[in-house]
Write a protein that binds this ligand. Structure first.
Ligand code: TEU
Ligand code: CA
Length: 571
């Protein structure tokens, strides 16, 4: 039995500040815009808001490159605005968590400016500097062959001090040196304590398993001989000191009633994950695993997409239900965030005749799984990926842009490369989650006034998919989500904390039961666009199951395309 906690039962809604709501019509979302929509969020049934980085930043990676932890990105507002936001959230009985990005800073952070100023600067060792290597012809080479997560080499040469610095993401995101104790304590004071003292309720911890690098920073095995750099996750993920560092962070946090959810990329091994999330380990309260959202993406080569089907989807989405059962660990339930394509497009169908059904079906699955439920802005109205016909210039994310650059260099020897790349981007580019939130059907979808150009264009689907159309309309996805979230709260022991059991009923049906609080529930969903015959599984056939929610009213013994149902039985 899992111990009850507010952060386990709380429903979390992720906001991407740049794209949520622009209050002053400069084309960029802002803090005041978020405040103006808090009642909307609360009415949805949300308990906890997570905002992606709103800190001062040159925005090379949309705020995941922070130049001052204690200040705010100017177009978003001021520290006072953020204090007002915290207050406004608390006034409505909700809580708020911030993004904690401490694997790296911006190259314009004062710490890095000092560190790069000279080899003898006291902060030199706060980042990871190494001398050049030289090949047999005397040419300067990088310290090792690692590839960054954004496709480019992980080292950048600094002319001034004649050394390389390490960056696991963009060159403008130098990695902090966690081996340096003074640096660690500066991080705790500036990035963590500063905001805890202002009353926030926790952190989503960015790329949390990369702080500790493998000693000696050795070359990675050459698996792609034609490439200049190599995939090197194992040398910078889950390194030897990571658990020690996380316990240190946890010591700081444990003075407050807060929680952490860490992002855990490139960690497929279940026992590795348990070391982070077991309560007894005192590190993180839960993590985001990439098993489901990473489907179809090749680790280290995101846009080389491979096919996946409903069997894969079911296996990955239910993996942590099984693993955390009978342990002291906790998990997350999510299908979207700011780094992923939209769930209806990726895991169901976004064609007009199916997408609303598909959205409701996914809502029923997510709403009845065990763990803390995270919803990403726009998911509640069923926003979908931009179409294949989207002009290439609309892709703004550094990852997409780097990739397109690489592809254009390849076009000579592979003329089909561009169309292949566009197909991949259409599925898994981060841009799909970053277009403006669709509030209504006016020219800029109500995100900003019609007179200004938003920082990313709205996608055409806003005319059919928007909040104004769905709010109060009985059969809308938005109203359906509200019902699902109500039911989840009404039956916490069952849906939030319950015991999970998968029932095998063929590839395209997802069927599972939950047990908790002397009750049983049965969720059944048709993940395909074809009609499926179905019968109540024998496991619950003898119980008196009653339908509490569904997205269609068809015959009992068959499920229409993307139909889903949830039944419960009372004692
Ligand atoms: O992402 C961390 C990360 O490693 C992802 O690239 C992950 O591997 C991928 O999404 C799996 O599909 C975080 C932020 O969420 C992202 O927006 C930032 O760009 C990145 O950190 C750097 O701060
Ligand atoms: Ca604005």
């Amino acid at each position: 039995q899992h111990e009850h906690k507010w952060w386990k039962e709380g429903i979390v809604y992720q906001i991407y500040p740049a794209s949520f709501k622009d209050s002053n019509n400069d084309g960029i979302g802002d803090i005041a815009g978020i405040i103006s929509k808090l009642d909307y969020i609360r009415e949805l049934g949300v308990d906890i808001i997570w905002i992606s980085p709103h800190y001062k930043s040159p925005q090379v990676d949309m705020g995941y490159d922070i130049s001052d932890y204690e200040d705010i990105h100017e177009p978003y507002g001021t520290v006072e605005d953020v204090e007002m936001l915290i207050q406004a959230v608390h006034d409505r009985g909700m809580r708020i968590i911030f993004d904690l990005v401490i694997n790296h800073t911006s190259n314009l952070h004062a710490w890095f400016l000092e560190s790069r100023s000279s080899k003898s600067n006291p902060k030199r060792d706060w980042y990871i500097w190494r001398p050049a290597k030289y090949d047999e012809n005397g040419n300067r080479c990088r310290p090792n062959n690692w590839r960054s997560n954004f496709s480019e080499p992980a080292w950048t040469w600094d002319e001034n001090t004649q050394e390389y610095y390490l960056h696991l993401y963009a060159a403008e995101q130098p990695d902090l040196n966690w081996e340096n104790e003074e640096c660690r304590h500066a991080i705790y004071d500036s990035a963590i304590r500063f905001w805890l003292e202002k009353g926030i309720d926790g952190f989503r911890v960015d790329t949390v398993n990369r702080y500790s690098k493998y000693p000696g920073l050795p070359d990675a095995e050459v698996t792609q001989p034609r490439e200049e750099t190599q995939i090197a996750f194992k040398y910078f993920t889950n390194g030897p000191r990571i658990h020690e560092f996380l316990r240190e962070i946890n010591d700081v946090l444990s003075e407050y009633d807060v929680f952490t959810v860490g992002e855990l990329p490139n960690t497929p091994n279940e026992s590795d994950v348990m070391q982070y999330i077991s309560a007894q380990a005192k590190q993180l309260n839960m993590v985001f695993n990439f098993d489901t959202v990473g489907l179809g993406q090749t680790p280290g080569d995101r846009f080389r997409i491979t096919p996946y089907g409903n069997v894969d989807f079911k296996r990955e989405l239910t993996r942590w239900q099984r693993v955390i059962q009978d342990t002291d660990a906790w998990t997350t339930v999510f299908l979207e965030n700011h780094d992923q394509g939209r769930s209806i497009s990726r895991f169901a169908s976004d064609v007009p005749e199916h997408r609303v059904m598909a959205g409701k079906m996914l809502a029923m699955i997510l709403g009845t799984l065990t763990g803390t439920l995270f919803i990403y802005q726009g998911q509640e109205i069923g926003m979908i990926n931009a179409p294949l016909t989207w002009p290439v210039e609309e892709y703004k994310c550094i990852r997409s842009v780097n990739y397109l650059k690489m592809i254009s260099e390849r076009l000579n020897h592979d003329p089909t490369a561009l169309s292949k790349a566009l197909k991949a981007l259409q599925m898994v580019a981060r841009d799909h989650a970053r277009v403006p939130m669709q509030w209504d059907s006016t020219a800029n979808a109500g995100f900003c006034s019609e007179a200004v150009e938003p920082w990313m264009s709205v996608v055409g689907s806003y005319m059919e998919i928007n909040v104004a159309d769905q709010i109060g309309r009985k059969d809308s996805l938005l109203e359906f989500w509200k019902k699902v979230l109500d039911l989840r709260k009404l039956h916490k022991d069952l849906f939030v904390y319950g015991r999970f059991q998968l029932i095998e009923q063929g590839d395209d049906l997802m069927t599972f039961t939950k047990h908790g609080g002397d009750m049983t529930s049965l969720t059944v969903a048709n993940l395909s666009s074809e009609m499926k015959k179905w019968e109540i599984p024998s496991l619950v056939a003898s119980t008196d199951m009653k339908l509490i929610i569904g997205n269609m009213k068809g015959p009992m013994d068959q499920l229409g395309p993307y139909e889903g149902r949830v039944y419960i039985s009372s004692p």
